[in-house]
Design a binder for this molecule. Structure first.
Ligand code: SF4
Ligand code: F3S
Length: 106
């Protein structure tokens, strides 16, 4: 499966959802996740993300491993999103930020 990582938090550009052939993105208040039970590993979403937040589960960047379980867990709780929507007004300011997990709104 593919996994949305920390860089998405507070950026949430949603370009990724438009290309997913199986509609497996789920939306929280400031983050998106992928349902691992639905993702077919097509990788179409990867180049769509302006902040490079999406990785294959076996190629997660160092420190991002916990997002594997987090995507699975939050996908069960959050609704599906299939249409792009405007990013948060301050999304650009969070592009380069690190250690963003503490800002995740569940
Ligand atoms: Fe959807 Fe393909 Fe991305 Fe999986 S890899 S979330 S199926 S676009
Ligand atoms: Fe997040 Fe990138 Fe999609 S910022 S919402 S994973 S386009």
């Amino acid at each position: 499966t593919y996994v949305v990582t920390e860089r998405c938090i507070r950026c949430k550009y949603t370009d990724c959802v438009e290309v997913c052939p199986v509609d497996c993105f789920h939306e929280g208040r400031n983050f998106l996740v992928i349902d691992p039970d639905e993702c077919i590993d097509c990788a179409l979403c990867v180049p769509e993300c302006p902040v490079e937040a999406i990785y294959a589960d076996d190629r997660l960047p160092e420190g991002q491993e916990r997002f594997f379980e987090l995507n699975a867990q939050l996908a069960r709780a959050w609704p599906v999103i299939t249409r792009r929507k405007p990013a948060p007004a301050d999304a650009e300011e969070w592009r380069e930020a690190t250690d963003k997990l503490r800002y995740l709104e569940e």
